[in-house]
Write a protein that binds this ligand. Structure first.
Ligand code: HPA
Length: 248
């Protein structure tokens, strides 16, 4: 089954015919909210709002471990994350959609691994390519099918938040090689890999990153909301076609 983790711009999926909601307890505590099970294009999908259904959980307080654990416990195989980002590279202007292929992690103090117990030997995961390539390709194909232009790769920088970055931080992050910046991509992607889920993200550029383009002097938070609302209709359309592709 496919799971969709919705970010701040997407706390529900109007094209999901909801069948049930279930609160799942996990050894890592409670997920951001009840899992919403439903059918999309006749296929089973489960949805979870990363920041809670009232959009109240800030990025550094999301229980990423509980979210991934809860999804894994429902026979979920694929997880698509919808994530708002600031665009660093000029091409990544507000309204642009991208499917990143790399990550740089600047977060700290988050519970970032399932492997904390000492009762088994130390476990490392390979994370050379942090996203599941097969799912990335299906997302890109779904976007092509609906005629949506999507940037097919890019490096996602995960910052701690909840504050936005300074212009100097964005300059540094760009020198490091990142193309877009968001606050929730990590540890989510790494936890998905640890637990064996195939994970990819669709990034929605909702603002120019600090110091760039229309954010040269400041980031206008109203702009983020406007751009996000318009883009999410396109994202939902892509997701609907992804579900159809997955059904073969
Ligand atoms: N920085 C970090 N996270 C974000 C941004 C940003 O500019 N826009 C949306 N999420």
């Amino acid at each position: 089954m496919l799971a969709i983790i919705g970010g701040s711009g997407i706390t529900q999926l109007p094209n999901l015919e909801i069948t049930r909601r279930q609160m799942v307890r996990t050894p890592h505590g409670e997920p951001s909210g009840a899992l919403t099970f439903g059918r999309m294009k006749g296929r089973d999908v489960v949805f979870l709002a990363r920041h809670g259904y009232g959009n109240t959980i800030p990025p550094h307080e999301v229980n990423y471990r509980a979210n991934l654990w809860a999804l894994h416990a429902q026979n979920v195989v694929d997880v698509v994350s919808v994530a708002s980002v600031g665009g660093i590279r000029a091409e990544l202007a507000p309204g642009v959609l991208a499917v990143p292929d790399q990550i740089i992690d600047y977060t700290h103090g988050r519970r970032s691994t399932f492997f904390t117990r000492t009762d088994h030997s130390v476990t490392h995961i390979d994370f050379t390519r942090p996203y599941c390539e097969a799912l990335r390709q299906r997302l890109l194909q779904a976007a092509r099918t609906v005629g949506e232009t999507v940037i097919a790769q890019g490096t996602y920088a995960a910052t701690q938040g909840p504050r936005l970055e300074t212009a100097a931080e964005i300059n540094r992050i760009e020198r490091d090689g990142a193309d877009m910046v968001g606050m929730t991509g990590m540890p989510e992607a790494a936890l998905a890999r640890e637990i064996g889920l195939c994970y990819a993200a669709i990034a929605v550029v909702v603002n120019h990153a600090a110091g760039r383009g229309t954010s040269t002097h400041a980031i206008r938070l109203e702009e983020i909301t406007e751009v996000s609302q318009r883009a999410m209709t396109r994202v939902r359309n892509i997701l609907e076609h992804l579900v159809e592709l997955d059904g073969g």
